[in-house]
Design a protein around this ligand. Sequence first.
Ligand SMILES: Cc1cc2nc3c(=O)[nH]c(=O)nc-3n(C[C@H](O)[C@H](O)[C@H](O)COP(=O)(O)O)c2cc1C
Length: 177
Amino acid sequence: MKVLVVYCSETGNTEKVARAIYEEASKDHEAHLKRIEKITEDILDDYDLVFLGSPCHSTDLAAPIKRILDAIPHSPEFKLAGFFTHATSSGGFKRWASKCILSFQETSKEKKIDFEGCYNCQGTPSPPIQEFIKREVITSAGEWEEYFEEVRKHPTPEDLQKAKEFARKVLSASAKL
Ligand SMILES: Cc1cc2nc3c(=O)[nH]c(=O)nc-3n(C[C@H](O)[C@H](O)[C@H](O)COP(=O)(O)O)c2cc1C
């Protein structure tokens, strides 16, 4: 199969996940890794499977990823899988990051895209986002310290391993069809 891993990443977290997925895809397939800024939507049709990755911005996928999803025509030939990184711990996921999953799912349903699922993990927030979270979301100093001590490690080697497992499943399911 021809596989494209395309991603948006401002501070490198989503890029780490993209590289892990690309590494897995490269084992048995012709795989290409590209930043979203380097492509236009017309190249997607050259592939059998596209992994599309984004940071979570303002509770949803980042604008360049929303734009490319919007530009995908109805019933494309390629299959789609998603991935994203976010700064939320499990208690806040529904409020602060779950829309990313919905965006992939709803667009895929609306456009009859063969959607193979979506992977997500935490990614360390940049300093301005740390300030926002500290001010607006996790306002207790103790809870903040506990949260930050954990989130600063992500994506962890285990997160990247799980991303590879996700990629492996998607690749083998797509190759069978
Ligand atoms: C402008 C902006 C808005 C963000 N909004 C959210 C959000 O609503 N929910 C969340 O969980 N993380 C949010 N984050 C944190 C990022 O999703 C997270 O740190 C991600 O791993 C960054 O990925 P990157 O390093 O690939 O850019 C936001 C980050 C930025 C820069």
